[in-house]
Structure formats: C-alpha cells, structure tokens
Design a protein around this ligand. Structure first.
Ligand code: ZN
Length: 158
C-alpha cells in the first residue's frame, strides 16, 4: 500500500462559475484558474500522483498547454485514474477536507463524491468529502479563497 497527499487553493473572483467536485454550485463568485479551477479535484489528482511518486498535477497537465484551458477537471481526474491503472495500482479510498467560509457545501457533497467515484471508476463509499470553515482566519476564512487537502491510499492491482 502507498499513501499520497494533495493540497490546492484557488481564489474567488467575479464572473466565474463556482465548480467543486465537478458540481456547479450556485454562488455570487467562482474560482480563478486556467481550467475550471476545481480545487477539490486538483488536490485529489495531486494525492494520487503523490501516492504513485509521479510528480504533481502541473507536470502531467501543464497550464501552459492550450488543450487544458477551461477543461473539466473531471476529465483530468479520469486521465489520472488511467495512469494509476497503467502503473498497476487501484485506489482503496480518498479523504478530502474542503476549507471555505461560504457557501454551505453540505447539499452538494454527495454529488461531488458521485462525480469523483465515477471518474475514477471506484465506489462512492470510498470517496469521503468533508467541509470545514477556518474560523474567519486567513484568506479562506475571510471568504477570499477555497483550500482543499486530500489523501489517497492505493494498492497494487493483483
Ligand atoms: Zn488547482
């Protein structure tokens, strides 16, 4: 078995959709980024690459590459799952913590887990998504950004 961890942060700006875990969440702002700025999926991708010791998301899907502009991060997650399979591994489980002040994520967590498990071809129950505020501290706590921490456990696919 191998473990990997991933982290991501994106800031809120006007005139962008707010997409997290492949779910479009109704909100007055969205996250800034080259792709859809899905910080949850980016942190999960980094946790998978970390477990494989294969570098980071930027090395596999460089944001300088035009083909990744505005791409759905779920597609990148699917590609990451394919790399994992090629390397002879499968995912045991994923656990993520999303840190943001608002909006409330509870109505969307199940749908996020569904999207992520479908992209990786794993069971929904093997994807845990937790929400947390930052007690009004720092950029996430003042509502300026979203931070996500993820861990992923993998094992050889025998
Ligand atoms: Zn990101």
């Amino acid at each position: 078995m191998r473990i990997g961890q991933g982290y991501d942060i994106h800031i809120f700006v006007e005139n962008r959709k707010f997409i997290l875990g492949g779910v479009e969440i109704p909100y007055e702002k969205g996250l800034l980024g080259h792709s859809d700025a899905d910080a949850l999926i980016h942190s999960i991708i980094d946790s998978i690459f970390g477990a494989l010791n294969l570098g980071d998301i930027g090395e596999h899907f460089p944001d300088s590459d035009i083909k990744y502009k505005d791409i759905s991060s779920l597609e990148l997650l699917t590609k990451t799952g394919e790399i994992l399979k090629e390397k002879g591994y499968k995912i045991i489980n994923i656990d993520s913590t999303i840190i943001l002040e608002k909006p409330k994520l509870s109505p969307y967590k199940k749908l996020m887990a569904k999207n992520i498990s479908a992209a990786l071809n794993i069971k929904e129950e093997d994807v845990s998504i937790k929400g947390k505020t930052k007690e009004k501290q720092d950029s996430a706590g003042s509502g300026k950004s979203v931070e996500v921490y993820s861990v992923c456990l993998i094992e050889k696919n025998l």
